[in-house]
Write a protein that binds this ligand. Structure first.
Ligand code: PLP
Length: 397
């Protein structure tokens, strides 16, 4: 094209492609066992129920299901999500505190849109979900990464930073089975985080798409339920417990939902009414509980295979997290290993992962880490893939 580069907006020049999507040409090579994606296992999709529900909707209510709808979402679905969260979290969630979004990715984007001005500080876990970064980045957020350990983000580090006089607009956290590390934030730190939000007046954006995918250990109270001050927003998704039909939700005080409603209008007018109706009937016919039981049993078996394979096959000096749920294990290799080089060696050996650097604000940090997904491949492939990864690593040690 012969047009000048200044034809593009500053925003378009600023936003970056997903580092994970850039790996796709390597991952899609024939015979590659991929631990790289973040996709749920298609074997878990409730196809028959969706078929039955969709048929009924098209017979009973085609006029509304195929029509535009309210920007905040199908009122029945808002109510059903509110009721489910009230039960799960033990705090009252009203339907007018819920907005239905086109995936929780959109919820993050809209939250950034109504809160973040150029240069505003947004605290993130280090490492964090790449889609979280890309939701805040277009608004020129200034990311402040805080370290993590096996109990999640180090809130004492956050407190020290705030106490030094720095102003935080928002803290983005994934407390349950975090993407990418699989780590769960301790109850003590959740409480500490809420205290800090109240004292220093910032918003906590709690992103919880994996919470229902628990395979061991005890559930930890949501940050949202620990905060009676309205500083915490909670977002969730149908993607990992049903299907990525592009439906999520955000819970916040009603006046915030009003703002999100206005912000969402130019983005997509409304999320699709047909998929919202499908999700509504899936909930109201009590299919979701058994569906979550089915998925957790399915994924637990795969997590266990992956942890056993790692225990058995990984060379000395390699460590990894032992997630109680979710989809990911985070592997740390000896410092001298170049993980970028390891990635290409692994691809030659027909196994793929995501290099840890993709999840850090400062790409130079912790280059000796990698993320593996344990839900997409079957047990046999998981063991074979970890064997190939271990062999690739041994060549470099
Ligand atoms: C932590 C986290 N938040 C949000 C999302 C986006 O999910 P959705 O499909 O609901 O947009 C993902 C997807 O992988 C995720 O891992």
């Amino acid at each position: 094209m012969t047009v000048q580069p200044d034809i593009y907006s500053e925003l378009s020049n600023h936003i970056k492609p997903s580092p994970i999507r850039a790996l796709i040409p390597f991952i899609r090579q024939p015979g590659v066992i991929s631990f790289a994606g973040g996709l749920p296992a298609p074997e878990t999709f409730p196809v028959e129920q969706i078929q039955e529900i969709t048929q009924n909707i098209l017979e009973e209510e085609p006029g509304s299901a195929l029509q535009y709808g309210p920007t905040t979402g199908d009122p029945r679905l808002r109510q059903a999500v509110a009721d489910r969260l009230t039960k799960k979290m033990g705090v009252d969630v009203e339907a007018d505190q819920v907005i239905i979004t086109t995936g929780s990715q959109q919820a993050l984007f809209l939250a950034a849109m109504i809160h973040v001005d150029r240069g505003d500080a947004v605290g993130v876990e280090s490492p964090t979900f790449t889609g979280g970064i890309s939701a805040f980045d277009p608004f020129h957020a200034k990311f402040i990464p805080f370290e993590m350990d096996e109990d999640g983000i180090k809130t004492d580090q956050l407190e020290a930073w705030l106490a030094a006089g720095n102003r935080l607009k928002m803290l983005y956290t994934i407390p349950d089975f975090q993407n990418p590390t699989g780590v769960t934030l301790s109850l003590e730190r959740r409480k500490h985080m809420v205290e800090l939000a109240k004292t220093y007046n910032f918003i906590i954006m709690e992103d919880a798409p994996y919470t229902d995918l628990r395979y061991s250990g005890e559930p930890v109270q949501s940050v949202y339920s620990l905060d009676d001050s309205g500083h915490t927003y909670y977002c969730g998704s149908f993607s990992k417990i049903f299907s990525p039909i592009r439906l999520g939700w955000l819970v916040a005080p009603k006046e915030v939902i009003d703002r999100l409603n206005v912000a969402k209008q130019p983005v997509d007018t409304c999320s699709p009414m047909l998929t919202q109706a499908i999700a509504y009937y899936f909930l109201s016919q009590n299919y979701l509980g058994p569906q979550i039981e089915k998925i957790t049993a399915f994924y637990k078996a795969r997590r266990d295979v992956m942890l056993s394979a790692l225990d058995e096959l990984m060379p000395e000096g390699v460590t990894w997290t032992r997630p109680e749920g979710g989809m990911f294990v985070w592997i740390t290799v000896p410092e001298h290993v170049d993980v970028q080089q390891l990635f290409h060696k692994a691809i030659d050996n027909k196994v793929a992962f995501v290099t840890g650097s993709a999840f850090f604000i400062d790409e130079a940090v912790q280059p000796n880490t990698l993320r593996v997904n344990f839900v997409s491949e079957n047990g046999e492939q998981i063991t074979e893939g970890i064997k190939r990864l271990a062999e690739s690593l041994k060549d470099m040690l």
